[in-house]
Design a protein. Structure first.
Length: 130
């Protein structure tokens, strides 16, 4: 129940982003319906790789700034739909590409606690056993 509720909340949250791309009510409805159906599957697909996308948060922040600016400037200038989609796709693609080109973070080696005996292979020894 909680997962479905969060799916609906995230789908409703994306309505302003959809209106930044189009005013067509059918597209807004279908995009949110597909968001509700596919959000969990996308989460499980990317859950294991999310640490690898270091610049994705910056890319998504840039997309939100663009969408907000587009919505604020609608009365002054209307950005074409193809241009909006191009900017959004390019921003996300650049952030993912930059994240994949970034060297993988080096994990710190596990160091034993003080006073814990360690054999030459680095494995911890139990007291009384060799």
């Amino acid at each position: 129940m909680l997962v479905e509720t969060s799916d609906i909340i995230f789908a409703v949250d994306s309505i302003p982003a959809i209106f930044a791309v189009t005013d067509e009510p059918f597209l807004v409805f279908t995009s949110n319906a597909f968001a509700i159906l596919g959000l969990r599957a996308l989460y499980f697909l990317l859950a294991g790789m999310i640490d690898r996308f270091a610049y994705l948060k910056l890319g998504l922040a840039a997309v939100l700034v663009f969408v907000g600016a587009k919505m604020l400037l609608t009365d002054i200038y209307t950005i074409p739909i193809w241009a909006s989609l191009a900017v959004i796709a390019a921003t996300i693609a650049i952030s993912v590409f930059a994240s994949l080109r970034r060297p993988a973070p080096v994990e710190a080696a596990a160091t034993p606690a003080r006073g814990v005996p360690v054999d030459r292979t680095g494995a911890f020894r139990l007291k009384g056993r060799s």
